[in-house]
Design a protein around this ligand. Structure first.
Ligand code: SF4
Length: 707
């Protein structure tokens, strides 16, 4: 038996794993005791990773390139040359006829940093469009926009180590116990070690995380801004703000003060559905604790005002000086293993490499010089929802989808399925051949996955970890980066840029790609010029920034109170409460909330292969309050039709004491293949935040009827 160290491919905790393998097969997995994210522990998902790679799961894998000659035809197995020549020909023809903006790539936070880098360079450098977006748009883009708006850069200032130093932990919009279980183990340990540490949970549901809290604020969905403004109102009234910190390190406080004057606890309580005393207590804990840490996730991000949800929370940290110290600060939890790495290489339609700004001509020129191209386009590309709308309308004609399943995971599934049907050419690059999106592939490209590929990922706390191959690729699957490089050279030849493409994509290994990415960070806030694969090998995961000459990365940012804004000051964002994209009505009277289960992950393309992971919840159920069930004469297990303005889905119903009356909850994981129809996300709206373009996946107004 041989052992190979790698990183778990599920969530943003980024736990280290040791893969056990024999004769080319993965036989076991255990936590890496030396990895700083988990110190040997794994949750149920991580601990069953080897089962998701067991020989019997091969039937679910995409193993050979497949091509179909036309819509309605079955795909036929082809060789890689035919597959990539066809892809290059179709892309080149569309670009020649309609211009570069007629093609697009849609990727994922599960891609490794090296994969992301070459996709970004292909699209923005060689093709010349910014139409590259990823499923990180559904996950972290409001956190990105919130950090940039308030603090000046997309840089989470804290670390998981801060959990052990905080005296008050606010978990907001996150069921950490389920979604980031090993981070939650650290919370439990910290509370055991320091019983006076307070845990405050802000969540519409009484989740397992909320159950553990000293104070649970079960606010109405989408009312976070009103709550935070009211907490600031109380802090001002009681003299709990840190005026010295505000004066020395921030700007814009007066404008915010004017707004929060109106947000009395009673007024905000009526918006949030909370008792004013609970708001006052939360404000006191937040402001008067020696160190307050906020951990937050999709409950803030997935709203059509997600950016301002983030900024309103960061306002509290700035107003109380709860930032830049051990155990204090705002800390976004990334949903995916490498959403951070994607952001670092500029892997979204509005970003450029190494946190450069697409709107900044000097930054565009720097990226063009790094890549050896005349320029990179200035106009932002299409974000996730915009991209699928453009596919449907015909504005974008070809899409290359890599490592994600938008026909399950995007909101408004009716739109997504119509868009994929309308597209002229759909490439799907996937490890698993059974996803809903694969059904739309004109060309299916088999990719390697966890346990088979090499590279790096960055977790929520800016720590870069190595991912390593333990076993060979199955069938004819190839590494994502290698597919892109091969395609780029073939496309370059067809665009009359063969020499340029060969110069741009010379890589023979992921390390060569990473070294180029590293150079792109020189002098930037995420400078990693002091790192190397060799150092990651010997010293283990490292946090950025880690510039040349440094002996360690930074555990904590902004300790000096200087922020990466033009004036060096953090910015208060004066923001008002706003309403969700949909309000309950007579026809759609219930609030629907969506989220993760403990043992499933995203669209279940991997966790769905492991029988053991169904023992916690075996099927999607609609969780409802007993009063709402009684009104509809429903009993546990009854089949109901859940309907929103976009479509409906049939589910069994389950009484739940975790919800208030008037609200219901559905797990996010099941798509059309499992539920029939168009899956859970047919219910959710595609309305998105105007700044982050992140859609409102956390809320819809629905009706529920007995079937
Ligand atoms: Fe994997 Fe996240 Fe579980 Fe760690 S906490 S084992 S990274 S799923």
């Amino acid at each position: 038996m041989t052992e190979t160290k790698s990183t778990c491919c599920y969530c943003g905790v980024g736990c280290g794993v040791i893969i056990e393998h024999e004769a080319g097969h993965i036989t076991g997995v255990r936590g890496d005791p030396q990895h700083p994210a988990n110190f040997g522990r794994l949750c149920t998902k991580g601990a069953t990773l080897h089962l998701s790679a067991a020989p019997e799961t091969l039937a679910a894998r995409a193993l050979h390139p497949e091509l179909r000659s036309g819509r309605g035809e079955a795909r036929q197995r082809v060789g890689w040359d035919t597959a990539l020549d066809t892809a290059a020909e179709r892309f080149a023809a569309i670009i020649a006829e309609h211009g570069p903006d007629a093609v697009a790539v849609y990727g994922a936070g599960q891609l490794l940093t090296e994969d992301y880098y070459v996709f970004n360079k292909l699209v923005k450098g060689l093709i010349g469009t910014n139409n590259l977006d990823t499923n990180s748009r559904l996950c972290m883009s409001s956190a990105v926009a919130g950090y940039k708006l308030s603090l000046g850069a997309d840089a989470p200032p804290c670390s998981y180590a801060d959990i052990a130093h905080t005296s008050a932990l606010f978990i907001t919009g996150s069921n950490t116990a389920f979604a980031h279980p090993i981070a939650f183990r650290r919370v439990e340990e910290a509370r055991k070690a320091r019983p006076d540490m307070k845990l405050v949970v802000i969540d519409p549901r009484r989740t397992d995380t909320a159950e553990a809290a000293d104070l649970h604020l079960a606010l109405l969905p989408g009312t976070d801004i009103a709550l935070y403004n009211a907490m600031l109102h109380v802090m001002l009234w009681e003299g709990w703000v840190d005026r010295g910190y505000i004066e020395a390190h921030t700007e814009g406080f007066d404008a915010l003060k004017k707004i929060v004057r109106e947000y009395t606890p009673a007024m905000a309580g009526s918006i949030c559905g909370l008792d004013r005393k609970a708001i006052e207590e939360a404000a006191q804990i937040f402001a008067t604790s020696p160190a307050t840490l906020s951990m937050y996730c999709q409950g803030l991000n997935q709203y059509s005002f997600g950016t301002h949800n983030n900024s309103a929370l960061i306002n509290l940290h700035l107003a109380t000086g709860q930032i830049g110290r051990p155990g204090a600060g705002p800390f976004s939890l990334t949903g995916q293993p490498n959403a951070m790495g994607g952001r670092e290489v500029g892997g979204l339609a509005n970003l450029l490499s190494a946190h450069r700004d697409m709107a900044n001509p000097a930054h565009r020129a720097e990226v063009a010089a790094l890549w050896g191209v005349p320029d990179v386009p200035a106009t932002p590309g299409k974000s996730a929802v915009e991209l699928f709308r453009a596919l449907k309308s015909g504005e974008v004609k070809a899409v290359w989808i890599a490592c994600t399943n938008p026909a399950q995971s995007l909101p408004d599934q009716a739109l997504v399925h119509e868009a994929l049907q309308a597209a002229e050419f759909v490439i799907v690059q996937e490890a698993f051949g059974h996803t809903e999106t694969c059904a739309y592939a004109d060309l299916l490209l088999p990719a390697t996955t966890w346990g088979e590929k090499d590279g790096t990922v960055t977790n929520s706390e800016r720590a870069i970890s190595r991912v390593r191959a333990a076993v060979p690729a199955p069938g004819e699957a190839r590494h994502d980066w290698a597919i892109v490089v091969d395609f780029a050279r073939r496309l370059g030849a067809r665009l009359g840029e063969a020499e340029l493409a060969a110069r741009m994509f010379p890589y023979a290994s992921p390390e060569e790609i990473w070294n180029e990415h590293r150079e792109s960070t020189r002098g930037r806030d995420l400078d990693i010029t002091g790192l190397s694969y060799a150092l990651l090998e010997t010293a283990g995961p490292q946090q950025w920034p880690f510039p040349e000459g440094a002996s360690a990365g930074k555990v904590r940012l902004y300790e000096d109170g200087v922020f990466p804004t033009p004036g060096g000051r953090a910015r208060f964002v004066a923001t008002e409460h706003r309403i969700t994209a949909e309000s309950p009505s007579a026809r759609f009277p219930l609030h629907l909330n969506s989220g993760r289960l403990r043992d499933q992950w995203h669209g279940m393309s991997r966790t769905g292969l492991v029988a053991r992971l169904y023992s916690h919840e075996s099927e999607p159920m609609l969780h409802m309050h007993k009063d709402d069930m009684a009104r509809r004469q429903l009993a546990d297990g009854d089949l109901v039709k859940v309907k929103s303005r976009r479509g409906d889905v049939m589910l069994k119903v389950l009484e739940s004491a975790t919800l208030r009356a008037g609200q219901c909850f559905v797990p996010m994981h099941w798509g059309a293949n499992a539920t029939g129809g168009l899956g859970i996300n047919v219910l959710l709206p595609a309305d998105f935040d105007p700044y982050s373009k992140q859609p409102e996946l956390k809320h819809a107004a629905v009706q529920v009827e007995k079937y």
